[in-house]
Design a protein around this ligand. Structure first.
Ligand SMILES: *Cc1c(COP(=O)(O)O)cnc(C)c1O
Length: 386
């Protein structure tokens, strides 16, 4: 690519069409997409009902600015919060949702200190980048936003030592996605929540990757029954249209009054038409039950066919957010699989990250696991030859 900044290492294919789990490149070659565009196209590519809803909105009106009322924003917000006494701020991406959360937490608590975790990922803008506990992401960008403290994940003692009366918020992912598909320990999470309440710090959960059904519940914090003050969404919310949201308890609204924060495109009608249809689908009776059943089937099959291979160190994750830690090069497995028609991702140098659409079929799961097992077996033979 000649005319675009080289900020990404790109795979050498251009996907020009997609339907469900199948994508097609410019040369007409088909692939099983077990990346969902990084946990974005949770309902697969071009789902019929979302396409129809967006096309209808495109014919009605695209954009009105947040200087006017929006019944559509209210109905998407209602789908997001359900029965809870919570409010929503709409934005356009994950990093923006986290910016909103960090700003709200500081303004509401009138405190500065924010605790986040090593290997976390919260986005690339200055605030979210400063929240991200990875030196390689900070490198070269000069002074960060002050006030962030990074501590080891899943470490109760480190947390007890870090939280105090000056803490505005603790921000975390329930499963660290970019950091290597690392699930949080439930007891550790409950301990964090307990200490937050005790010192008046807000618990912020970054659900950008784990939300919208990805782990088998609408939000991943529901597995542990947490009660976050704020959580953030983006990736899967619009199934590929750019929309993010920050959801917070209603009592925080005093700090987010008129003029305090905003976004020109936030809550845009076209992307919210998509979000409304996505949420309606995911919240339909039986949808998440089926995700749970299919993802358990997937996990069992992976355990049966891959766990014992010499190239596999461990299999972890929840629902359709799966990490396979490998003793070989993860990049080499990904390239090999791409040649054989299966797209997956990595998280770091030694973890395969697998994120099929929630709508994936049992047959597609069977095909993918068989390709994976073969690739992982060949990887071992390759390294033995060397
Ligand atoms: C992807 C991601 C983000 C950043 O989202 P963008 O839409 O790329 O800004 C933030 N947090 C988590 C957990 C993510 O996975």
């Amino acid at each position: 690519m000649k005319h675009v900044f080289p900020t990404y290492t790109r795979f050498p294919i251009d996907l020009v069409q997609g339907k469900g789990t199948i994508v097609t490149d410019g040369a007409g070659k088909k692939y099983l997409d077990f990346t969902s565009g990084i946990a974005v196209c949770n309902l697969g590519h071009c789902p019929e009902n979302v396409t129809v809803a967006v096309q209808k909105q495109l014919a009605d009106i695209w954009h009105t600015s947040n200087l006017y009322e929006s019944a559509l924003q209210d109905s998407v917000a209602e789908l997001l919060v359900g029965e809870d006494d919570k409010l929503v701020f709409f934005c356009n991406s994950g990093t923006e949702a986290n910016e909103a959360a960090l700003k709200l937490a500081r303004k509401y608590t009138k405190k500065d200190k924010i605790i986040t975790f090593e290997k976390s990922f919260h986005g690339r803008t200055f605030g979210s980048m400063s929240a991200t506990g990875q030196a390689k992401i900070h490198q070269g960008f000069g002074g960060l936003v002050p006030g962030f403290t990074y501590i080891p994940y899943n470490d109760i003692e480190a947390f007890r030592g870090a939280i105090d009366e000056n803490t505005a918020a603790v921000m975390l992912e329930v499963i660290q996605g970019e950091g290597g598909v690392i699930p949080a320990n439930a007891a550790w999470l409950l301990e964090i929540q307990h200490h937050c309440k005790k010192v008046g710090a807000l618990l912020i959960i970054d659900e950008v990757q784990t939300g919208i059904g990805r782990t088998g519940t609408l939000y991943s914090y529901q597995h542990i029954g947490l009660d976050p003050d704020i959580f953030t969404l983006a990736k899967g919310l619009g199934n590929g249209l750019p929309v993010g949201a920050m959801v917070g308890k209603s009592e925080l609204s005093s700090a987010f009054g008129p003029g305090s924060h905003g976004s020109t495109f936030g809550g845009n009608k076209v992307v919210l038409a998509a979000a409304k249809e996505v949420l309606t689908t995911v919240k339909q009776t039986g949808f998440l039950e089926e995700v749970k059943a299919k993802s358990e089937y997937f996990r069992d099959l992976l355990e049966a066919k891959c766990a014992n291979l010499a190239s596999v160190t461990s299999i972890r994750g929840e629902g359709f957010l799966i990490g396979i830690e490998v003793a070989c090069s993860a990049d080499s497995v990904v390239s090999n699989l791409r040649e054989h028609g299966l797209l997956i991702l990595t998280a770091g140098s030694n973890v395969l990250r697998i994120l099929p659409p929630l709508t994936v079929s049992y047959d597609e799961i069977n095909q993918a696991v068989s390709l994976l097992a073969t690739a992982l077996e060949n990887e071992l033979i390759g390294s033995e030859k060397r």
